[in-house]
Design a protein around this ligand. Sequence first.
Ligand SMILES: Nc1nc2c(ncn2[C@@H]2O[C@H](COP(=O)(O)OP(=O)(O)OP(=O)(O)O)[C@@H](O)[C@H]2O)c(=O)[nH]1
Ligand SMILES: [Mg+2]
Length: 361
Amino acid sequence: MINRLCIGLGNAGATIVREIADRSILDDVKLYAIDSTTTNATIHTTRDVNYLCTISDEDQGSGRDRERGAAMYRYHESNGDFDEMYSDAIDAKGPVILITSAAGGTGSGSIVPLCKTLLGNGVEIIPVIVFPNQLDPIAYHLNANDLLIELGEVGIATYSIFVNPANTADYTDINNEVANLVEIIFGKKYHATSKDSIDDSDLKHILETPGRFIALSVKAPDTNRLKKEITRKVFSGYQPAWTDIQAQECTFMKAFGLTSMFAADDHTEVFSELNARIPNSYDEYKNVAEEDNNGVAEATVIIAGLPRHEVKEINTEFNEVKGISEGMTRSTRPKFMKRKKATITKPQSTEDGKPKFEWKE
Ligand SMILES: Nc1nc2c(ncn2[C@@H]2O[C@H](COP(=O)(O)OP(=O)(O)OP(=O)(O)O)[C@@H](O)[C@H]2O)c(=O)[nH]1
Ligand SMILES: [Mg+2]
């Protein structure tokens, strides 16, 4: 019997799985990465990641094609290449986390048949999707939008979304945040406590709430700064938050953990700004751990039942450029320019050896 399971797809998914592999707190999580290149497989991690390399056909034009990603996945699936991963998923404890970017081809395309198979086998799954930012090109957003539609069609109810930062290709920070979410939803952040506590069955309940959820953790030297930092991270972090109007229309599920010297006294105050932005909550789970924690106060936040974030509306009436001569007519010249024909004749003898040029009527 294996414990937890996490599968990363495509470049972003494999890179994030590598980050997870380097965290000792997630040692008991079995890791798979599926990608169409072997580059990722050769990068060192502190422990093993099971790499499954799908056929690489880059010379056929592999970039950002979701159809290709899905077809490759189905081919390998029918070949039995994912059988071990599937049996691990069926045996795994708790939900299986699937991580991919939405914008590419391999991960965004193959996560759909993967979800279909796992759901068909009764496996509980949570997709964690890395979205393009508003400044990313149209092709990224079309892939991302198609992915959401297809995940809806296969019946995904609970999921999480991160949005990549604009104007940078340094993903260290956001990838770290995704790994933090994995720690939280696998229950690694809830320190032992004799007071209110969040256990696996509470987490199961929270993560069965339909809709999008966010999960993050925050550290600060004192509770006042912790309160401000929670608000900052929830409302301007990598996971989209919610508007006041959306909050009025939805019923959220909350899980707030606090580890600090006086956690019981401070719990209400630390989450007060956040609670002020949540008018309707169905339930609230608490974890209150009173310990020195090396002088640092640490809070974890899960909010479930969130609406999907705003996707970029794309006008698909593309203005395609015209062919090189489309809409042009051949030019005519004035009569006085009446042209003679230029002819060139081959040299008759080898003496001068030059082609002969003449104007002819
Ligand atoms: N957060 C994060 N985003 C990434 C990372 N690598 C790539 N991206 C973003 O992911 C999108 C591209 O997806 P990839 O994961 O590279 O694509 P893929 O699944 O390998 O698919 P192909 O298009 O077939 O290569 C772009 O929006 C990139 O900005 C990563 O390590 N972390
Ligand atoms: Mg790739």
